[in-house]
Ligand binder design. Sequence first.
Ligand SMILES: Cc1cc2nc3c(=O)[nH]c(=O)nc-3n(C[C@H](O)[C@H](O)[C@H](O)COP(=O)(O)OP(=O)(O)OC[C@H]3O[C@@H](n4cnc5c(N)ncnc54)[C@H](O)[C@@H]3O)c2cc1C
Length: 425
Amino acid sequence: MTNLVIGAGLIGITSAYELLKRGQSVTLLEECEGPALGTSFANAGMLTPSMSDPWNSPGVYKYLVKSLFNPSASMRLRLHAIPSLIGWGSKFLRYSSKHYFQAALKDNYNLTCYSLRKTQEIAEKYDLQYCRDTNGTLSIFNTHEDFSVKESLYQSLQKSGLKCSILSPSEIISLVPSLAPIHSKLYKGIHYYQDESGDAYLFCKELLAKYLAAGGQIKYGISVKSLAVSRNKIIGVNTQSEFIPATQVVVASGANSPAILKSVNVNLDVKPAKGYSLTLNVDGVSGLPSLPVLNDAMNVVITPLGDRLRIVGTAEFAGFDLSIDNARIMQLYEMFEFMYPEIASQVDRESALPWAGLRPMSCDGKPFIGACKIKGLYINSGQGPLGWTLAMGSANILADIILGSPTEIDAKPFSMLRSDRDISV
Ligand SMILES: Cc1cc2nc3c(=O)[nH]c(=O)nc-3n(C[C@H](O)[C@H](O)[C@H](O)COP(=O)(O)OP(=O)(O)OC[C@H]3O[C@@H](n4cnc5c(N)ncnc54)[C@H](O)[C@@H]3O)c2cc1C
């Protein structure tokens, strides 16, 4: 079988690797001139079963409506994007009911745990170097109200097996001494010690090298314009300059997946949600944290990645806009200065790398993995804010489905053909 995988981000590279491992002939097609230069380039680096909750949680609509009038809201709906969000948006809101939210939370948790296990296995098998850190993640809360929202969430995840510790302000400072300047502002923390972190871009490069060494192919500078189908069966793809034949095609093109699938009338309910990051060189800086810390109220996370520190925050439903808004970058600096004033005073801002990426958000908070109505056409997309966490698990499920092998966890909740009837809570 000749397999083409469209997109060399986290999802495409892991999918291509898993297909190759199962004896398939695979070529990755990527429109950029290198791997993982899209959303997988500078994300927050967290692998977090603890964050399996979909963003469309009960009450999200009130937050989004208010955000229209608040330019600094951490999750923001932009007025100009509303027309492009109408169909998807109504589903996004419908799936924010308590019933759907709880079901999606459970499904995502199963997949995040499976995926983290698969990531750990491959990291250890090849000794992959991607600034991997196994100290977990820490969420900090400034008020009882903020904490109580997360308390009910982790209590429902605990029933599925999540392990974590609740920390007092003094225990938070023992774990991360550089938070001492904000000791008086801390209410409580949750240490999710089974989470991990690492640089997704470096992981992609390392895994791609293993894939190429094992005989996988990649072509850069190839932009897929449409899919080619004959008698309801995939026969290849049309690029900017040629037709490339294939017996199987995997669309793993992040936020751009729906546009590619539209060429054969397959509707994928995925829309972009923009996020920002700021990566700072902290070589020689003292007092660095040893794990990612999420300030829940501010919706910002600061992740150590070797000799770099990455500050990440914000989500905007603003269409396909990758421009960098300086006000958002200043907001990240302010949050950094608030959380780690002593580290911030040592950092050279000249070295900062501001970045924006588009999370591929599905309408119901779960990825789409598997077959669609066209024979030979497969989808692995819509991992949204959890694409790094979910990449290895999604790729294993996809490859098993393509090969007709049993999947290790239930893949039905992530099927393209899932319906409301499949939700069991
Ligand atoms: C600010 C931010 C922070 C995040 N933090 C985390 C985190 O801490 N943990 C976590 O688990 N996830 C996180 N995520 C989410 C995660 O980064 C994404 O879910 C993931 O990168 C999506 O991977 P992907 O391969 O689907 O998309 P991409 O990385 O965008 O890859 C898609 C690839 O397809 C290529 N492509 C598109 N169209 C075509 C075409 N027509 N022809 C050929 N190639 C094409 C693109 O060039 C791109 O390389 C974060 C995202 C953002 C934006």
